[in-house]
Design a protein around this ligand. Structure first.
Ligand SMILES: Nc1ncnc2c1ncn2[C@@H]1O[C@H](COP(=O)(O)OP(=O)(O)OP(=O)(O)O)[C@@H](O)[C@H]1O
Length: 344
């Protein structure tokens, strides 16, 4: 029977699907719009994201994964099935093998349910992979050699920091401070400083287009529209890049402190490897202007942004399926038995 390998990044902010031989075939926001009266799904993905904060009373646009955990399991399941059907249904492939990267904080019950949802969508075999492992492989790091590699994956809900060697995680931490918390920090700052309420999408735009977190680097400004909290009326203000630096200082420090704590817990030989190779940043948060430079200054270790950081996880899931097959073949040929067991 014809079968294909599919890698899925079930992310807090975005879902990406990679098909072997075809590349990334789907990249959509993790959002679902539901009619609360009929309980029908109105839209999934980009179409639903457009509705965030703009829905009439009976329709709610939900982000079912939040802060690295599944906040609404039923809706996550609907979303996963929708994206898989879209991928599997469109191609001529039958019964694919799936490797799914799930948020670090999901429980074993949720892991089982993700597997079941994927199997119900027509998968022949479903495996799960830890986020930092997938991110590191997708960033092109050779995590299987006896040498330390360090990855900091800054997604929407979580930042996963890990040191890997010989194919496994040696030291790691996962914190619920990532892209969403940066957006929240901007919302709070604008409310406090300007008495202005802005939405999540406006905050995200400011983070991507205006913010610069390396001290003294941004000199641009931008007009921002929102609702005046005193009058309740629409109002426009001007925001400067240095104010964004101030707004983001706390969550950015938390990410750097977490990275430092993992480095401090890393065995010296591996720490020396990391000092030579540098830390690799992946995930959308790696694109925050000046973050790499700031981390390098604070940690005194080279820091590189992966090529295409937002696709690292999904590319890693795809590659891992292939690598695992090769490892199995090699083990079968050498007659060796693995002593390692994956956490998943
Ligand atoms: N140019 C940019 N500058 C700053 N942040 C960005 C940029 N582009 C994307 N982001 C942020 O990256 C985050 C999404 O990253 P990504 O798609 O890697 O997360 P995810 O894999 O869905 O989340 P998680 O790993 O938590 O499950 C969002 O918060 C988004 O605002």
């Amino acid at each position: 029977m014809l079968s294909k390998d599919i890698g899925v990044d079930l992310g807090t902010a975005n879902v990406l699907v990679h098909v072997k031989g075809q590349g990334v075939v789907l990249n959509e926001p993790s959002v679902v719009a539901i009619d609360q009266v009929t309980k029908q799904v109105v839209a999934v993905g980009e179409e639903a994201r457009q509705m965030l904060g703009r829905t009439p009373g009976n329709i709610v646009a939900i982000r079912p994964l939040r802060e690295g955990v599944i906040a609404d399991f039923d809706v996550t399941e609907i979303m996963l099935r929708h994206f898989l059907r879209k991928t599997i249904g469109k191609s001529s492939m039958l019964r694919p093998r799936l490797m799914i990267c799930v948020p670090a904080g999901i429980t074993s019950v949720e892991q089982k349910a993700v597997r079941e949802a994927a199997e119900a969508s027509g998968a022949k075999q479903v495996d799960l992979i830890e986020e930092p492992k997938a991110a590191a492989i997708g960033a092109g790091l050779n995590i299987f050699e006896p040498s330390g590699s360090m990855v900091v994956d800054i997604g929407g809900g979580t930042t996963d920091v890990a040191v890997l060697s010989l194919g496994d995680v040696v030291t790691s931490t996962s914190l619920r401070v990532a892209g969403d918390k940066l957006d929240e920090a901007i919302i709070k700052f604008i409310r406090r400083e300007f008495n202005l309420m802005i939405g999540e999408r406006t905050a995200e735009e400011l983070k991507k287009e205006l913010a610069h977190v390396y001290p003294g680097s941004g000199n641009e400004s931008r007009e921002v529209r929102g609702r005046d909290m005193m009058t309740g009326l629409p109002k426009t203000i001007e925001v400067h890049a240095e104010q964004m630096e101030q707004a983001l200082a706390e969550p950015v420090s938390a990410i750097i402190a977490a990275t430092k704590s993992v480095l401090e817990r890393t065995p010296p030989e591996l720490a020396a490897d990391i000092f030579d190779k540098g830390i690799v940043l992946t995930g959308g948060g790696a694109l925050v202007n000046g973050l790499d430079k700031l981390m390098k200054k604070e940690l005194e270790v080279p820091v590189h942004i992966a090529e295409d950081p937002m696709q690292c996880v999904v590319l890693g899931t795809g590659k891992y399926l292939e690598m695992r097959d090769n490892l199995r073949v090699n083990k079968a040929v050498s007659g060796g038995k693995s002593r390692r067991r994956s956490r998943w």
